[in-house]
Design a protein around this ligand. Structure first.
Ligand SMILES: [Fe+2]
Ligand SMILES: [Fe+2]
Length: 239
């Protein structure tokens, strides 16, 4: 089935303004992914070469998406993107310092990769002609990264199960809050934020099941994260 979506006008101020923030999120997210895989390569000597290869792919993604912004003549608003990603990055660094490899792989390999995949899938039909082939190629790469983390976690499921649940409880609400903050900008560049959220939930549910969780536990993990994120948003709104 082909979905017909109208492509937004990339020349309008509204589009360019929103794109400067969304493109920055992508560039910062890819840059952090590069850093995270390098840290993992240091912590996991047996998989060092493979992880450095994944890191190099992320670095290339960041450069390619900088090129997409340049092509439209839009400068990425990096400050806000760094701020939005900071809690997730800090959580990753904390796991890395404690030697919690499972936590690191859940944050980068499952959550960030599923988020990136959902976002790029949603962007692909409304991307400009320059960004479309780049986005399609990146989607294939992110699928590989997700697969790596799934295999690593699945092969040690009984050991990593508690750490996975714990880090999900902390990292998923942060991720959902990022999505909430970007909702208006996503809409302005032609992406339905709810569709992106649904895509993320579907991918993440699949990832949890791939590593060994039952479908009902995976659903509960997501539902709890949504409830935490909604509670935090309601507290912010009434503060
Ligand atoms: Fe990437
Ligand atoms: Fe990736």
């Amino acid at each position: 089935m082909t979905t017909i979506q109208s492509c937004p006008d990339v020349a309008t101020d509204v589009y360019r303004d929103a794109y400067s923030r969304i493109n920055a999120m992508v560039v910062v997210g890819e840059g952090l992914a590069d850093r995270h895989f390098r840290l993992l390569a240091r912590a996991m000597p047996d998989d060092r070469d493979e992880l450095l290869r994944l890191a190099a792919m992320e670095g290339r993604h960041a450069r390619d998406f900088v090129g997409c912004g340049r092509h439209l003549g839009v400068r990425p608003a990096l400050g806000m993107a760094r701020q939005l990603f900071a809690p997730l990055h800090e959580l990753f660094l904390g796991c890395d310092r404690r030697g919690d490899l499972a936590g690191c792989l859940v944050i980068q390999g499952l959550i960030v990769e599923c988020f990136a995949l959902a976002a790029y899938h949603a962007y692909l039909p409304v991307a400009d002609a320059y960004a479309r082939p780049i986005t399609a190629a990146v989607i294939a790469d992110e699928g590989d990264h997700l697969g790596y983390a799934e295999r690593w976690l699945a092969s040690r499921f009984s050991v990593v199960e508690p750490a996975t649940l714990e880090v999900c409880q902390r990292a998923l609400p942060i991720t959902l809050a990022i999505l909430q903050r970007l909702a208006d900008d996503l809409q302005a560049i032609g992406i339905d934020p709810l569709e992106l959220l649904a895509g993320f939930a579907e991918l993440f549910q699949g990832a949890l099941e791939a590593i060994g969780f039952s479908a009902s536990v995976a659903r509960r993990v997501l539902a709890r994260a949504v409830a935490t994120a909604m509670g935090a948003a309601a507290r912010t709104a009434t503060a």
